[in-house]
Structures are given as structure tokens and as C-alpha cells.
Design a protein around this ligand. Sequence first.
Ligand SMILES: N=CN[C@@H](CCC(=O)O)C(=O)O
Length: 422
Amino acid sequence: MSGKPLYIRNASQLVTLKGSSDAPLTGKAMEELHLIEGGSVWVEGGVIQSVGTDKKIRERYGSRLAEAEEIDATGRLVTPGLVDPHTHLVFAGSRENEFEMRLKGASYMEIMNTGGGIHATTSATREAEAERIYKESRRRLDQFLRHGVTTVEAKSGYGLSLEHELKQLEVAVELNRKHPVDVVSTFMGAHAVPVAYRGRPDEFVDEVVREMIPEVARRGVAEFNDVFCERGVFTPKQSRRILEAGKEYGLAPKIHADEIEPYGGAELAAEIGAVSADHLLKASSEGIRAMAEKGVVAVLLPGTAFFLMAEMADGRKMVDAGVPVALSTDCNPGSSPTVSLPLIMNLGCLKMGMTPAEVLTAATINAAHAIRRGHEIGSIEEGKKADLVIFDVANYMGLQYFYGSNHTEVVVKNGKVVHRRG
Ligand SMILES: N=CN[C@@H](CCC(=O)O)C(=O)O
């Protein structure tokens, strides 16, 4: 990559999160943001070359300032690009019609069991041409970018057949190729038992294991394999089978665990060495302990609990237990239709007992580790990809305190300015 160097100068506060590339942060370390007052960054070839006080950067690059694109960050906060490690970005249609049903008392699972929820989006996604799915998903990805997100994970799971799962995954791959935001793909053929397999879930599990996983792996369209382990969806035994099969084909395991009731999902994640266990609203204390011991990242989704009017996962307890915690929007058409990772951080503070420093760690470096990208993104360190955000607040506290607004001013992806407000 060639082009001008980029010089972001004199941020009132620059959050580096240095020294966090090898493993996610846990416990007290989640609060060690490594702040630089009057911080600057020098970027070349899409990579961070140097970070430090403005004085240090000027001393080092003083003779080259004229050739650089300069962005004055005086009075602003600079952070690593935000990372969203759990989304259902790629789908067609919408489910606004379910909102009133839920407000009148219908539960998420009741709606799903009567053919709505995931099944409704599966029908819409199966019917849609890839081009339409691409356009609708790209719009969401644009919105993510405008909220300071530079990498998202994206799951399939609204196809529930080989043909339609591949269609979704190929859209995700295409978005990754064409859009400034990086898209990391996860196969989630086991998102629900399709209506046609009602009462025969094991036959569908056979199909996922014997047909879908090998073909998804052969085409190289996903890195991770996920399953919705929940009563009425896939049992822990079926989930284990699906995740073990994925491992054989090189797909790293992730799991939707203990969202609606305690079901052994957190324990299973630890046993099989999942990269992350996500949701965890009802995770047991034993499950949390096991995850801490095995270093499984807890991807918490407070926007989902908020939107489903459910009790939040206990983020405070998990951080204190030594679990590496990450945060995500869970952007999807039914239980969390949002792209605002900053709002999710606000909820992490206000509803899950996490501190402003912890939620920033959770949405940057720990989120990067939840998708095995901790070595290249999630912190501002020499040699890492230059994914950076300038927010129009003076410090990281402001990002949490002035909640509900989008403070994103400039987004840099791979060293290029890809969004400027206004
Ligand atoms: N809980 C299961 N899957 C998604 C929701 C999908 C949907 O409702 O469309 C989630 O992660 O929240």
C-alpha cells in the first residue's frame, strides 16, 4: 500500500491499550488503557509506525511533516477502531411486526416457535437474491462504520440449508472484499431447526455435520462455526457434535450459550475450547469459573437484553471472576436491531456494572481476541493495522457519560480516512 503518510496529532487523550496483543485482558488489567495526553500517531502503508506524545512524533518525523496528511485531534479522543465480534449482519427483510407482539407480552421463543423470529428472517433471506441481501447488508455496514466500527464478525444462519447458508456467507465474503470495514465470517447453519425438520432435529444436525460443514470449509467462506445451544433449539449434546465437527474441518468454535435459561452452554464452551461463548445471561457460576480457567472470551450483548426486556448478563461478576469480557451489538433483525457499539458500551456501564475503561477494552482489544484478531487490531501499537477513531469528546469517560449520541468524527481504516462526519 502506498500513498501519503497520515499524521493524527495532539489528541487530548489517546488510548493505546499497549501490550495486549497476545491474549485478551482480564480482571484489573481490563482497566489499564495506557493513555497518552497530547497523543499523536504516525501511519504509513496502512500500518501504525509510531505512537507517542506529539513532541516525540515531531522529533522523529519533523522532516517529513509536509508530505503527510495531517489531522488535528486537539480536544478529541483517539481510540483503536471499534471491533464488533458478534453480528447477524447478513439477512434480508425486517421484523418490526414482532415488536408490538413482544411489547404485549409474547416472548422471543414463543414468537420463534410459531414460525416467526429466526424462521421469518430465514424465509425472507431464502427468497431474496444475493444482490438484494448484499445491498441491505452493506447499508448496515455503512452505519457500523459511521459509529466507529472498523471490523465486524458476521454469522450466517438465516439460510438453514447448504444452498442458502452459502449464499449468505458469499455475501459476507463479498462485503469483506469491497467494503472498508473488515467482515469476519462465521458459519451458523445450526441457528435453528428449520420448520421442515420439526420433531426431527437430529436429522438436521446430521445434515449440518455431514454436508454443510465440509462444504463451507472446502470453499473457505468461514473461519468460525457457531451454534444456538438452548432448550428447544440445539441441546448441549447436539451442539458439541456440531462444534467438534467444525473443529475437524478447521472451523474454530463459538457458541450462543445460556441466553434464555441455564443450559450448560458456558461449561460446554470451556470443555471444547471455544474461542468465545456469547450471550450468557443465565450462565451458571460453575460455567463462568470454567470459562475463566480456559480463557474463553465472554461476548456480552446488553443491547439484546435491553431490547428483549430481559435481565442483563452479569458483566461485573464475569470480569471479577477473571473471564475476558468483550461487548457486541448482536446486530440482527429481531432481538437487537442496532449498529451502535457505543450505545452498547453505555449499557455495559449502566446496566452491567462495568467501568468506562472496562467497556472500552471490551469493545476493542478483547473483541479482537474474540475473533482471533488480537495480534493485528484492537490496540494502537507499532506494527498493527492503522484502524483508528477520533471521537468529539475529550476523554474516554466522555464517551460513556454523554450517552446516546454518536460522537464519531473521523474513522481511519488501514491508514485511510474512510469516514469524516459531515
Ligand atoms: N439468539 C439467537 N440468535 C440471534 C438472534 C437472531 C434473530 O432473532 O434473528 C442472537 O444472537 O440474538
